[in-house]
Design a protein around this ligand. Structure first.
Ligand code: HEM
Ligand SMILES: N=C(Nc1cccc(CNC[C@@H]2CCCN2)c1)c1cccs1
Length: 364
């Protein structure tokens, strides 16, 4: 059936790219038979440690919306497939953050928790990222914090969380769902969250905005799919590209909506779109992010450098006889698109496996 075909395809790719693994006489045939037998007996099968490591790295290499794939081989894989209790999942997520953060030299890490098995789903993390700032709707209109996380904040408070101090940067708890237990929240202690206070190299008033952001982006709401097996909790982190924070997180109207305030600080005329006050505010916000992270010794990349790296990755893949799948609309940065080399070409977006996929989730 479906699972057998996906398993066969994955094992084929695994042995093709890791010839030493199949060097022993009949090793490949034996593994294929063993997997088919296990699927027949149990309806699923267990990856070896080597298959899991390869699968997690190739899933990153196949992530067509990711501009940061040049270093796909260096992904650190934390095999925690025997972890499924909510408190243990939470504890391993905090350990993940510790390993990923270093003291600012961020390392790409993925932690793989228990897979879905017939009759026993794996654990699920309801947060979309391990580190998220709470959002509070005040009097029907004004919002304090991150509007994107208003619903998750409500859910956490409904589960009993009282940790929020009502600031714009309260770190939310982890909300973990696992079979046989009620959905629970677990605080993320301050010591697990490296943050950078934002200042601007040329404008002293910028610090007065009181802005900060967390160092590590760690996506926790995607399912790692390898050879037909789904790992619904497989949080992965890299480092930020500055535009994510400077353009989207802090600049979007539906997020921290800071362009008018930055434009005001710059003394721009915001009454007329044609003064391009939004564009000037965006650039200075992004300058502040890159300057602050670099001054704090926290890994970050700018969209020009990262674009060049991505094109180096694309040509490396071509040389390896593979087509690098890419989604132009996500690869091209949200500011200065045409000033980056990734803008001036097209890509093939293909849905390859292994991959990190977003599946419909029980409403949090
Ligand atoms: C090491 C530095 C990395 C950088 C600078 C980077 C950069 C980015 C950026 C800017 C995006 C677009 C995000 C957005 O617009 O919201 C993205 C998407 C993505 N990245 Fe990377 N990335 C890195 C590492 C990784 C790693 C380690 C993984 C997985 C192991 C990964 C998997 C993905 C996936 C799956 C997406 C698409 C997410 C979605 O569809 O919502 N990236 N990356
Ligand atoms: N730098 C990163 N940024 C990133 C990567 C994937 C997904 C996300 C979150 N994207 C979701 C938001 C909300 C909709 C559009 N963007 C951020 C990384 C996160 C994890 C590894 S790298």
């Amino acid at each position: 059936g479906e699972l057998e075909r996906a398993a066969e395809e994955f094992l084929g790719a695994f042995y093709a790219e890791n010839p030493a693994e199949g060097a022993a006489e009949g090793a490949v045939a034996a593994r294929s038979r063993q997997v088919r037998e296990e699927i027949r007996r149990t309806g699923t099968y267990r990856h070896t440690a080597a298959e899991l490591r390869f699968g997690a790295r190739v899933a990153w290499r196949n992530s067509s919306r990711c501009i940061g794939r040049l270093y796909w081989r260096s992904l650190r894989v934390r095999d925690r497939r025997d972890v499924r209790a909510a408190r243990d999942v939470a504890a391993e997520c905090l350990a993940h953050l510790g390993e990923a953060t270093g003291s600012g030299r961020i390392r790409p890490v993925v932690t793989v928790f228990a897979p879905d098995r017939p009759g026993e789903p794996g654990p699920r993390i309801w947060n979309d990222q391990l580190i998220r700032y709470a959002g509070y709707r005040r009097d029907g209109r004004t919002v304090v914090g991150d509007p994107q996380n208003i619903e998750l904040t409500r859910t956490a408070r409904a589960l009993g969380w009282t940790g929020g101090r009502g600031t714009a940067f309260d770190v939310l708890p982890l909300v973990i769902e696992t079979p046989g237990e009620p959905v629970r929240f677990f605080d993320v202690p301050g010591r697990a969250v490296l943050e950078v206070e934002l200042t601007h190299p040329d404008f002293r008033w910028f610090a007065g905005l009181g802005l900060r952001w967390h160092a590590v982006p760690a996506v926790s709401d995607m399912t790692l799919e390898i050879g037909g097996i789904s790992y619904p909790a497989a949080p992965f982190n890299g480092w930020y590209m500055g535009t994510e924070i400077g353009a989207r997180d802090l600049g979007d109207e539906g997020r921290y909506d800071l362009l008018p305030r930055v434009a005001e600080g710059l003394g721009l005329d915001t009454s007329d779109e044609a003064t391009l006050w939004r564009d000037r505010a965006l650039v200075e916000l992004n300058v502040a992010v890159l300057h602050s992270f670099r001054q704090a010794g926290v890994t970050i990349t700018d969209h020009h450098t990262e674009s060049r790296r991505f094109l180096a990755h694309v040509s490396k893949e071509e040389s390896a006889g593979r087509t690098c799948p890419a989604d132009w609309s996500w690869i091209v940065p949200p500011i200065s698109g045409s000033a980056t080399p990734v803008f001036h070409r097209l890509y093939n977006d293909r849905d390859l496996r292994p991959n990190y996929v977003r599946k419909a989730r029980a409403h949090r």
